[in-house]
Ligand binder design. Sequence first.
Ligand code: SF4
Length: 414
Amino acid sequence: MAHPLGGPDLAQKPLAEHGLGEKYAGSRHLGVLPMGCIQCREGAKLVLFVTGMCDKECFYCPVSREKMYRDVMFANERAIHPPRDGQPVGEHWKDLFDECDLISAKGAGITGGDPMVKPERVEQVCKALKARYGPDFHIHLYTSCAFDLKWIPILKAAGLDEMRFHPDVRDYERMPESWHHAAIAEAVRVGLTTTIEIPCIPGKEKAILAMADYLQKAGANGLNMNELEFSDPNIANLKRFGYQPANDETQSVAGSRETGLAVLAGWKARGGVAGEPGTSRRSSAFAVHFCSSPFKDAIQLMQRFKRRATNVQRPFEEQTEEGTLVFGVLQPLPGGDPGEVAEALRGDFEVPAEWVFVENGRVETAPWVAEELAGEEGVLEELGVTAWLSEVHPTATRLEVERTPLPLADTDDA
Ligand code: SF4
């Protein structure tokens, strides 16, 4: 059962020829990665969506319609509620803490929308997370919109560790004249790790390199380029602007990867050095990082899934290599009673009670139990059920990604 987001590892050879940084499904970097990136690739970062509000309309925006321009909050895939006015803050964040605990989070990435549309809320969650998990719990934040710069020292004092700015494409080559110039200077001044994160837009290598030059001179810590990819919210826009898929197997936009590599090669030619992951040996080195679409969508997400699956797995579920969970379903025919089916399993078929679970008008059980019952002629009819194997994400929403009818089709060609 393949992970639905899992693309093949893209060919590594052309990249290795550049002698650039390390290889994570096509991701490459020079310099030392910021802690936000290091924890992200372990799947150890909680994704904290603090609001869908944003005053930009980027043509490549990947945020789903259910979230965009709405004041909603999510901790990973779990909907949580912003505190009401006057509500004691500490007790409010139970679901947030619960989600952190379920992935054994080492940090959080605060995103949106634009979190700085709601800076008071960002301050609250930074304080709450640091109070609960301590000073080493690493928090980074993405922001694009203009905001009152007084918030930068306030958020630093609240526990924010890293600010990732997202300037408009038209500002890449004129950063000193952009709104972000003063914000970057202030973030550097107060001691935040200060970076820029952008989608890697094909053909923009010259402008991105100019921005990297600017950032390094400004005393910032790095530049992160995400491989541009198609998603439901942006596919119409990207096609309208003439962008094409890189291949049939991934969501990557053609040319984005090549642009990222050209930026890295250009940075190397300027004296950029390969980093030592996980060490501070080159801690003064400015990082330029290309984060590939397969890495982001498959490996990073898979690591987070595995962390969560281990904590939420029921005793009868199997965890796949991709971190999804598989269990058997016995669905009573119309008018049937799942409680009676469960009783029959425990009594007539001697299935251990902890492997039989009545949920959503059906019986959920171990995949091997469902397969065995379905393999015996007449048993499903006797129980009055249809049966299948269900594969779900180990998230709060438990999205079903694959359903395999039982009995399994005979694949023996002999
Ligand atoms: S700033 Fe971010 S959230 Fe806002 S429109 Fe652009 S990509 Fe979307």
